[in-house]
Design a protein around this ligand. Structure first.
Ligand SMILES: *Cc1c(COP(=O)(O)O)cnc(C)c1O
Length: 432
């Protein structure tokens, strides 16, 4: 078997030195991987149980057209999401175009002119800067008279409770908590930490709406933000919960009144959740959700493998090789534009779709520096599939994520390393 595998890897351009190095590291990761499999097992059961309790039936898999009144599949799926994310209700729609849209919807529908939004965890994800109006943008919250305050994390990544207390005032209506690090090198928050923060905020003013940007965090742990008091949990279906099959979509799971506000904003006052045809996407939404726990586990194994492999080569990695995980993103600081580009080109070369294209940095809408993205994906731009991206800006970190299967994630990481070797950024003699 070992020989057969070696041959296949050779056909895909992996040298024996790179393969051996990778395999040596994997021997050390057996227990970590067992733990990841246990969490996947738990979450798989959670998803199946929710589907059974909500009586998901064959009729749920056919879609509606037009207005989409009484769409059984859509309405049942929203109940399933509400159960899984420990919420009163949920909005799960193909009409929510992406994660940014889901977050913008949750914010804009629950904030009114004169209200203030607070981020107690530092700068939010790049695309939200324009939603909020941190960067001048048409249609931002700022244009509607909604103000914004931010409290950065302390240098060690913990909450600055004193500053948060000082920032909360009578205008503070909502708090936005981003679980994942996004394009930053701060640690990702655990669900338990998010719970602690929510308790603290409630202690100051119990009526503040606590929203969690859950992108990339779903099914990484056994609990979700709704289990620790979040009023709204928000994410993208072309990340973890879509399981790689959802071709589009976003979700908001939370308090009934908050979800209702979001529905009225997504469709129209008076219509809310009652309209919105599911067209033909229900089978992929359901099946993707069913696969999401194991797909997330594959991606997580890839992240842990990458951390261990690149850390041993001397590159700073966040999270580090031994830290516990709360999202599927792995940051690797390569320290140069050439390193970021070589890494991403290696990931691209490992794809099933578009393996022959060479990614280059470009001015992507919503981001303030050039970004390079590697994504040979079945669903365009899906980052639960093996993908990597990095802004071409110091510290020249690449953000690696996804992998619908563990063997694909492994191949991608080996290809990235091989690409760094080919560019002379890493030498095979450094494999120790
Ligand atoms: C991906 C992501 C978003 C935005 O989602 P898009 O689907 O890319 O619009 C927001 N927040 C975080 C933390 C993300 O990872």
């Amino acid at each position: 078997m070992e020989e057969l595998l070696k041959e296949q890897y050779a056909k895909l351009g992996i040298s024996q030195a790179v393969l051996n190095y990778g395999n040596e590291i994997l021997v050390l990761l057996k227990e970590r991987f067992d733990r990841i499999d246990e969490i996947a097992e738990y979450n798989q059961l959670k998803v199946i149980h929710a589907m059974q309790e909500c009586r998901v039936g064959e009729a749920c898999l056919s879609g509606t057209t037009g207005y989409g009144y009484n769409d059984l599949g859509r309405d049942t799926l929203e109940k399933v999401y509400a159960k899984i994310f420990h919420a009163e209700d949920a909005l799960v729609r193909p009409q929510i175009t992406c994660g940014t849209h889901a977050l913008a919807l949750a914010l804009m529908s629950n904030l009114r002119p004169g209200d203030e939004l607070l981020s107690p965890v530092g700068k939010p994800y790049d695309t939200l800067e324009e939603v909020i109006g941190i960067r001048q943008s048409k249609g931002s919250l700022k244009e509607y008279g909604i103000t914004y305050k931010q409290v950065d994390l302390l240098p060690d990544g913990t909450f600055d409770y004193e500053a948060i207390r000082a920032a909360v005032n009578e205008k503070t209506k909502m708090v936005t908590i981003q679980r994942s690090k996004g394009y930053q090198t701060r640690p990702t928050l655990s669900t338990a930490q998010i719970g602690e923060l929510i308790r603290f905020i409630r202690g100051i003013r119990p009526d503040i709406i606590c929203m969690v940007d859950n992108c990339y965090g779903e099914f990484v742990e056994t609990i979700e933000p709704g289990d620790v008091g979040a009023d709204m949990t928000v994410g993208s279906l072309i990340k973890n919960p879509g399981g790689g099959l959802a071709p589009i979509g976003g979700y908001i799971a939370g308090r009934r009144d908050c979800v209702e506000n979001a529905a009225y904003r997504l469709t129209s006052p008076g219509l809310g959740k009652e309209v919105g045809a599911s067209l033909g996407v229900m089978p992929s939404f359901y099946q993707g959700l069913f696969l999401a726990p194991t797909v997330t586990a594959s991606a997580l194994k890839g992240a842990v493998f990458a951390a261990n492999l690149f850390e041993r080569l001397g590159f700073p990695v966040i999270p580090n090789s031994t830290e516990s995980r709360h999202d599927i993103i792995q940051a690797v600081t390569l320290g140069s534009p050439e390193g970021v580009i070589a890494f991403c080109q290696g990931i691209q070369a490992a794809a099933s779709v578009d393996s022959f294209v060479t990614p280059e940095p470009w001015d992507m809408p919503g981001y303030d520096s050039q970004v390079i993205m590697a994504a040979g994906a079945f669903v365009s731009g899906s980052s639960i599939e093996l993908s990597a991206d990095g802004p071409i800006a110091p510290p020249y970190a690449v953000y690696f994520q996804g992998g619908l299967t563990w063997p694909h994630a492994k191949l991608g990481i080996l290809k990235a390393l091989q690409s760094l070797v080919a560019k002379g950024i890493v030498a095979e003699k450094d494999f120790i």
